[in-house]
Write a protein that binds this ligand. Structure first.
Ligand code: SAM
Length: 292
């Protein structure tokens, strides 16, 4: 029986959200195979694509398509089958469903209807890339695909320029050079970036450098511009490294910090100097931490 430990007594069927490999078929889990073998139906982003994976493991479970163009209607069909007590698995072309992939609507509605939704964990490109990037992993943000249109992408990157956590993007081979060009222009040529290409596949490449150099390295090798990419960007350095505050503002803040609680000192410093309260606050926090 599937997932015996977790199976709850419910007449509302069960939806399994099953991660599949992002390249190397050996990355499928034993639990994923067991579930895919035993469910009544598999909802797949592209049944023809998934058929190859299933055939490789001799799995003959019927498939139905659930992709971005039929997601809502097909989710309702699947939901009604779940509510009749069926066990159904959701998979996508690669990696973990819902992560830049279809499935959100189905999972949300299934949970709302009281269907048990069980994750079968496995590969996802962003975590695979992050784990080998050498960039901080304690705090990170996943941004999915940046906008495709140049102006929209540039505005969007502007909003992320000051983000201090490690940033993770997905990008297509057609736009990888454009993204690196915009990153160099907006985040600065010296921002450190790692590209993780064709992970778990034959031509897997993980390469990091300052974004301007990385861009040149990639431009010189058209064959490296093919395939699938995760782009990992170092977070913005702390405000203190950037000397964004002028000396007078820092001096004012320090005098106030010596006499007042942090919040009050920041509030007054903002009123006196006209600097942004959050910038002063970040500086004050670092200053206090340094002196502990
Ligand atoms: N659901 C998937 C996951 O869990 O990572 C992501 C699906 S999204 C439609 C496809 C994008 O993920 C690709 O364009 C690429 O940015 C990234 N990706 C997927 N497989 C990859 C791989 N083997 N190497 C590098 N990036 C990959």
């Amino acid at each position: 029986m599937i997932n015996e430990n977790k199976k709850k007594s419910t007449s509302n069927g069960q939806l399994y959200v099953v991660a599949t490999p992002i390249g190397n078929l050996n990355d499928i889990s034993l639990r994923a195979l067991e579930v895919l073998q035993q469910v009544a139906l598999i909802a797949a982003e592209d049944p023809r694509h998934s058929q190859k994976l299933l055939a490789h493991f001799n799995i003959n479970t019927p498939l139905t398509a659930l992709h971005e163009h039929n997601e809502i209607k097909r989710s309702h069909d699947i939901l009604s089958q779940l509510l009749q007590g069926k066990e159904i698995a959701l998979i996508t072309d690669a990696g973990t469903p819902l992560i830049s992939d279809p499935g959100f609507y189905l999972v949300r509605e299934a949970r709302a209807e009281g269907v048990t939704v069980t994750p079968i964990p496995g590969p996802t490109a962003l975590i695979t890339a992050l784990s080998v990037s050498g960039l901080p992993v304690d705090r990170f943000v996943f941004e999915g695909f940046p906008p495709a249109k140049p102006i929209k992408r540039q505005h969007y990157l502007q909003t992320l320029r000051e983000e201090m956590r490690t940033l993770i993007f997905y990008e297509s081979p057609h736009r990888i050079m454009h993204l690196l060009t915009d990153l160099a222009a907006i985040f600065g040529a010296d921002r450190y970036v790692v590209i993780a290409r064709e992970l778990t596949k034959l031509y897997e490449t993980i390469h990091g450098d300052q974004v301007q150099q990385l861009r040149q390295w990639l431009a010189a090798q058209p064959q490296q511009q093919q395939g699938e990419f995760v782009v990992i960007v170092q977070g913005a350095k702390h405000i203190m490294d950037k000397t964004e505050l002028d000396e007078q503002a820092i001096a004012t803040l320090k005098i106030l910090l010596a006499e007042l609680p942090l919040k009050q000192a920041v509030k007054l410093a903002a009123a006196i100097t006209g600097e942004k309260r959050n910038v002063l606050y970040d500086y004050a926090l670092q200053d206090v931490n340094k002196s502990i």
